[in-house]
Design a protein around this ligand. Sequence first.
Ligand code: TRP
Length: 445
Amino acid sequence: MKNHFSRVGFILAAAGSAVGLGNIWKFPYVTGEYGGGAFVLVYLLAILFIGLTVFLAEAVIGQNAQSDVATSFIKTSKSKNQNWKFAGFIIFSGLIVLSFYSVVLGWILNYVFTSFGTLPSDSKAAGSAFETLISKDIASQIIYHTVIAGSVIFIVLKGIKRGIEKINLILMPLLGLILLGLLFYSFTLDSFSTALNFMFYPDWSKIDSNALLAALGQAFFTLSLGVGAIMTYSASLPKNANFVKSSIIVAIVDTAIAITAGLIIFSFLFEAGAQSSAGPGLVFISLPVIFSGWGVLGQVISISFFVALVFAGITSAVSMIEPSLKFFIERFNFTRKKATILCGSIFYILGIIALLSMTIAFKDSLTFFGKNAFDWMDFMTSSVMMPLAAILTCVFLGYFVDKELLRRIFTAHVSLTVFNIWYFLIKFIVPIAIITLFLNKLGII
Ligand code: TRP
């Protein structure tokens, strides 16, 4: 079929979307902050019962309707009411996430290049190098953001099959190889067993309601839910393909990579006697110092590690823009080129605003109500728009879609019991979990 994924292409592309900074940068530091093993266990449950459930929800809507997000909601609804098009708002969070995701990927690209030179040898130097990059070095940040944004635009211009599928076909195996290499290296370190212990021996004392919500939020982010990315990719999945099996494979790959990244990073940290709870600076500050102590080998590892992050991030980034492209192409008859120029310019400019808002020079003019533009974009998407989208998707499927239709689609691939469990989760459990997360993020509970 023209411009459709092959089955393997879909799995790779959806896994490429899912596996990103969320797995290699965020998962290890959040796990570190919440003390390891117990958090990992809660996270696994969140992936299994909530993340996978919503993933299947997006996939079933997309594959059934074979359209852009707005049209898919209309087509799948019982009433076929045109007002469901407003559900299409969720695609814009993809563009906003992409704008600052591209900036962060730019920082990582900067670390790829610094790894060729001299890495900072103590955490003070590493901290100030990072600080200088984001608060003073406007020119470098703009150049790196431009390179990343340009690559994303170049890839999506070529379409689903020759652009997105192809880049995933190349980068995902390479990412896997680099991570395997790093994992083998960490096997050789004495601290590997400490890392294993840290990640799998549950210490329940650190688990409170914040940890539960962090695990839930992480499960959503890492599976790329709540912006219509999975829905849009699924719309290019052949109609008879087994979306349940593909979704399960994606969730397993995503989880396996997060765990692998965690084992690698904690082995490195413990080997150097560093803290596991360093927060977001873990990858940008703690790791370079460790690598610098390992001489040339450290440099090679550093380059591989940051290249892996760039690869993982690029395949996620292309999935954030695709929902908007499909929306303009299908609903407004834009050519792919015109849609890409429009959406590409929007996220590129938002990205520049985001990066400027953290520099000393522009901080004041780009801070509103105590939050800079970068933090606003992050907050508006991950704390407001994405949870709302997820709640909307569940309520939609649970209450506004013909249950018979869903049953027919699911039971072509799984047993009736599995369908019933999924339906119960989507109708009652998941909405309650997300509403709790949502109210908590807004500081209401
Ligand atoms: N899942 C990716 C990660 O873990 C990020 C990502 C890709 C994403 N597409 C998304 C997050 C859509 C939210 C929405 O890094």
